[in-house]
Write a protein that binds this ligand. Structure first.
Ligand SMILES: *Cc1c(COP(=O)(O)O)cnc(C)c1O
Length: 423
């Protein structure tokens, strides 16, 4: 069940008018759906004191979307300085922002601690030396290594570049404690697009066990655990959705058991990107060419600059053709392709779709996270505009399409040259 019936009912009747007004291609996001998912997430964790979602900005870094998140009292997970600046522009400050960087520089830390600061989530023990000041509050990203298996997108923890190893984690907190840090959290991020809720329950349990151990060893208190993002969504019609209610119930039990043993429990933080916005966005594109060689190809007016996932991860995105139902008598097996000079520039491979004519509108689904944001300019392809379908039915352009001038902006500049001395 990729796109919900509700989103379809909101969008499809008005889509021809939206296409006429803004022209294709575009990603369009559904404010109503995003808010419903946000409220659902809060609801399943109401029994845990201080649950907070820090939206993973990289999934959909648009100020209009981030403002919706902030309106729901969510924080933000940033991993680069421009992402920090973006969240601060919409008004987020201090502990509303988590900075989860890796391979970090002193300049990154300086920017993170500037302008109201944020929660620093450190990726490595060696980064302690790069901190310009000793922060009052800190968390480390824990990498359990062989203690856990990861999943396909994010990989096996042993091979992942992220986090502090099990052998180093105690020392990492001890070092910060000895330097004078007084407030602590513990973070991990082990999976991506995981639809099995038990995995996240295990992660919460693992972190709370670590908290018990580290508190006992070092005499420090933990204010929060952050179980990361990585909650999955069903991209294929036959995919079973994540059972978020069961996840909420079981994590709540894990917290209650911790509280019974220790009298109190840390807050629960999470940093979902995909789960929050993935299903609430679609890429709308028009068929412009039809090609019949060894296979049938439908050429559309968007390309992988708008959506990298199929080419990069070989993933499935469901496609509807506006106004045409899929019936066996009319179906054709086609590849849906863009115009990039790369054979991986395909939105669908050998897909059964209703017979498509030039001018037909294709709705490529589940592009609300890691869609537009991942796009690139290879082959001088420009990224499309982003639209937002508001709760009241109005449609706003929240990012314009890139232009040639944008493409040339890094080439039109004051040239700088040097003549290396010969050895
Ligand atoms: C990418 C990322 C996320 C978000 O992942 P989703 O799969 O979109 O939930 C959260 N935390 C960190 C550290 C990330 O790198």
């Amino acid at each position: 069940m990729p796109m919900t019936e509700n989103f379809k009912n909101r969008l499809f009747p008005v889509l021809p008018e939206i296409c006429d007004h803004f022209r294709t291609p575009f990603h369009i996001y559904d404010e109503t759906g995003i808010r419903e998912t946000g409220e659902k997430l809060k609801k399943v964790f109401t029994a845990i004191d201080g649950f907070k979602e820090f939206f993973a900005v990289k999934a959909l870094p648009n100020p209009s979307i981030l403002s919706i998140m902030r309106d729901m009292a969510f924080g933000f997970d940033c991993s680069s300085v421009p992402e920090l600046v973006l969240t601060r522009r919409i008004g987020a400050r201090g502990e509303e922002i988590m900075f989860t960087s890796n391979n970090t520089t002193i300049e990154d830390f300086e920017a993170a601690l500037d302008d109201g600061g944020c929660i620093l989530n450190l990726d490595d023990i060696s980064l302690i030396e790069k901190l310009p000041v000793v922060p009052g509050l800190i968390s480390f990203r824990y990498n359990p290594g062989p203690r856990r298996s990861g999943n396909t997108i994010i990989g096996n923890p042993v091979e992942a570049k992220y986090g502090v190893s099990h052998d180093q984690i105690r020392h990492a907190y001890k070092k910060m404690r000895d330097l004078g840090t007084e407030r602590f959290g513990l973070h991990t991020m082990l999976v991506s697009n995981e639809r099995c809720h038990e995995y996240m329950v295990e992660t919460a349990k693992m972190l709370l066990d670590m908290v018990e151990w580290l508190s006992g060893e070092l005499g420090i208190q933990f204010e929060f655990i952050n179980i990361g993002g990585g909650l999955g969504i069903p991209y294929r019609p036959e995919d079973r959705p994540l059972d978020i209610e069961a996840m909420g119930r079981e994590i709540t039990k894990v917290f209650e058991a911790f509280k019974a043993r220790n009298g109190d429990a840390p807050r629960l933080y999470m940093e979902s990107g995909r789960y929050m916005t993935g299903p609430h966005g679609v890429l709308v594109t028009k068929a412009i060419n039809h090609k019949d060689i060894y296979r049938k190809y439908i050429g559309v007016d968007a390309c992988m600059s708008a959506l990298m996932r199929p080419g990069m991860y070989n993933t499935y995105h469901h496609i509807d053709v506006l106004g045409k139902d899929l019936t066996e008598t009319t179906a054709e097996t086609v590849d849906v392709v863009g115009s990039l000079c790369e054979n991986i520039d395909k939105f669908a491979v050998q897909r059964r779709l209703p017979k498509i004519e030039a001018g037909d509108t294709l709705v490529i689904q589940d592009t609300g996270a890691h869609g537009h944001a991942m796009g690139f300019n290879y082959n001088a392809k420009l990224r499309p505009q982003e639209l937002l379908l508001r709760k009241d039915g109005t449609v706003e352009r929240i990012r314009r399409a890139e232009t040639m001038a944008d493409y040339f902006s890094t080439l039109n500049f004051e040239k700088s040259a040097m003549a290396p001395k010969s050895p």
